[in-house]
Ligand binder design. Structure first.
Ligand SMILES: Nc1ncnc2c1ncn2[C@@H]1O[C@H](COP(=O)(O)OP(=O)(O)O)[C@@H](O)[C@H]1O
Ligand SMILES: [Mg+2]
Length: 306
């Protein structure tokens, strides 16, 4: 009899032990999830603060550059009799224009400007924007880089600010060209329609997978994907790709792996601002030494069934 009591107690103790273990695991999992959420929230706040700051500075700088450019142009016109000085004035206006380009990217990134520019939205054809951007790009791309474009979209119209989308595309292609470097390479652009099915709700802001070892592929999603129809612009290059450390930071404002004076680190943060304002998302897939694919996903308004 005492033996069966002991057995009962032992079984009970073992069961309790198992229960405690299971509870402990659950608590640990919940804590990890909460810590992850807290980190994402801090990151979102940090980005927002940076965006506000950048927007404010960009606005003031834009005014300053505006007057440098304005007076520079006047000087340029006045100095026809003194070609040497006129050339100097031309250098001033060229530098001011480069400054305006950078400030434009900063403003695209900042939220305040994003809201202003939402008012400039019009129905635009993405096919048209891509073709215009390619025409702009052609002279800036290395001779050894081939640019190819294919339109497979049945629908390609979204309500957007065409200039901003074009700037973002130009930056993506210049990044791709830079990643290809002096080798011979190809930038492939495709436009198509896509039906997204998100079975377990919306994914997180940024999901990173892979990339622990050299040569493996890193993927990330920036933005929220909902179930529904999307118009997709895919830009792929066979350039040098990115390490996981680089991929993790590409949407951080001012992050660049390029030399001072070559990169500003504002192209992709600006792209993020533009795509998020459309309610869209960006996916990035990159393999070191193999290449990179950017996908811009814009929600499509589904035409009403007849
Ligand atoms: N297609 C690409 N291939 C490899 N790396 C890329 C690519 N596009 C972007 N990157 C990385 O992301 C960084 C940030 O890009 P971006 O925001 O456009 O700023 P910038 O071009 O001024 O450096 C680049 O410096 C580069 O390290
Ligand atoms: Mg860039």
């Amino acid at each position: 009899m005492p033996d069966s009591f002991a057995l009962l107690w032992m079984t009970l103790a073992a069961l309790l032990g198992l229960l405690a273990l299971a509870l402990g695991l659950r608590v640990r999992r919940q804590t990890a999830r909460l810590a992850q959420q807290a980190m994402e929230l801090r990151e979102a706040r940090r980005q927002e603060a940076l965006g506000t700051l950048a927007g404010g500075i960009a606005h003031d700088f834009n005014n300053i550059l505006g007057s440098i450019l304005g007076f520079g142009v006047l000087l340029e016109e006045d100095l026809t009799a003194a070609p040497e000085q006129q050339e100097m004035a031309r250098q001033i206006t060229a530098a001011a224009r480069r400054g305006q380009h950078i400030v434009g990217q900063l403003m695209s990134y900042s939220r305040r400007n994003m809201q202003d520019s939402l008012q400039l939205r019009q129905p635009v054809s993405l096919d048209g924007i891509i073709r215009e951007s390619l025409a702009l790009l052609a002279p800036c791309i290395r001779k050894s880089t081939r640019l190819a474009y294919q339109n497979r979209a049945a629908r390609d119209v979204i309500e957007a600010n065409a200039t901003q989308i074009s700037q973002a595309l130009v930056n993506l292609c210049l990044n791709a060209d830079y990643a290809i470097g002096l080798r011979t390479g190809t930038i492939d652009i495709t436009l198509d329609n896509l039906c997204v099915d998100v079975p377990y709700g919306e994914p997180d802001r940024i999901i990173l997978s892979g990339g622990e070892d050299a040569g493996s592929t890193v993927t990330l999603i920036n933005g929220r994907l909902h179930s529904g129809h999307y118009i997709r612009i895919r830009i792929s290059d066979d350039g040098e790709g990115m390490t996981r450390e680089t991929a993790e930071r590409i949407f951080d404002p001012f992050f660049t792996t390029k030399d001072v004076g070559v990169g500003t680190g504002l192209g992709l943060p600006a792209l993020q601002g533009i795509v998020h304002a459309q309610g869209g998302a960006i996916t990035v897939t990159t393999t070191r030494y193999r290449g990179t694919v950017f996908e811009l996903l814009f929600p499509a308004e589904v035409p009403h069934a007849a």
